[in-house]
Design a binder for this molecule. Structure first.
Ligand code: TYD
Length: 199
């Protein structure tokens, strides 16, 4: 199984890139399955609602995100390429606020079977200025996204940290989210070709 995951802060254009990739796969008849976290299948989408509308404390969130994750992994029947809209890096980025949580999250990551570790993770890194401009020009975020908006720097730092960890053989690619949609899409396609995930 070949796996790709997408990561990024709010307004990074992650959803747009996932949509562009989906269209590209369709157009080029590349067999793929797209899933997202939290949620990802019919039952777990119910848990997504619970989590994203909750006031759970951080430890509870870590456990929920991982419980939902392990449930999703055991239910996946994928053909071709599997694409995750957020995966374990999100928990490290969003929920890691101290050293104890860091150890816990890194340990939980070790419980993910190797066959589910992405070949490539694309992280759309947004800078302060683009974030500010997009926030001003675009629609309102959900409650959960809003809650984390003030934690931009911490989350950005956490993404930088996890990008340096060796997680099996996965390649962590940081992309400049301030570039145009099409430019980023082309970059993603060329990385997928370069690392032989597509022809
Ligand atoms: P997001 O991809 O932003 O969905 P939407 O585009 O519908 O807003 O994800 C929802 C939120 O979940 C986002 O604020 C990040 C958060 N999240 C975590 O905090 N930890 C996690 O482990 C995951 C998977 C998501």
């Amino acid at each position: 199984m070949k796996i790709i995951s997408f990561e990024g802060f709010e307004y990074s254009g992650k959803s747009t890139q996932i949509k562009l990739l989906k269209d590209y796969f369709k157009k080029n008849k590349i067999i793929s399955t797209f899933t997202r976290e939290p949620g990802g299948n019919k039952d777990l989408e119910k848990i997504r609602k619970v989590i994203l509308n909750s006031d759970f404390n951080n430890l509870t969130l870590i456990m929920y995100f991982f419980a939902s994750r392990f449930a999703l992994l055991s239910s996946l029947k994928s053909k071709g390429l599997l694409v995750f809209d957020r995966f374990f890096d999100s928990t490290y980025a969003y929920q890691k606020t101290n050293n104890e949580e860091k150890k816990l999250i890194l340990n939980l990551i070790k419980f993910i079977e190797k066959k589910y570790i992405p070949n490539i993770t694309f992280y759309l890194k947004i800078d302060n200025k683009s974030l500010f401009l997009r926030k001003k020009n675009r629609g309102v975020l959900n409650k959960f996204d809003q809650k984390y908006l003030k934690d931009f720097t911490r989350i950005q730092n956490n993404y930088n940290e996890i990008s340096k960890y060796k997680v099996h053989h996965r390649k962590f690619i940081t992309l400049d989210a301030s570039k145009s949609e099409n430019e980023i899409h082309q970059q993603i396609i060329s990385y997928l070709k370069k690392w032989k995930l597509i022809k």
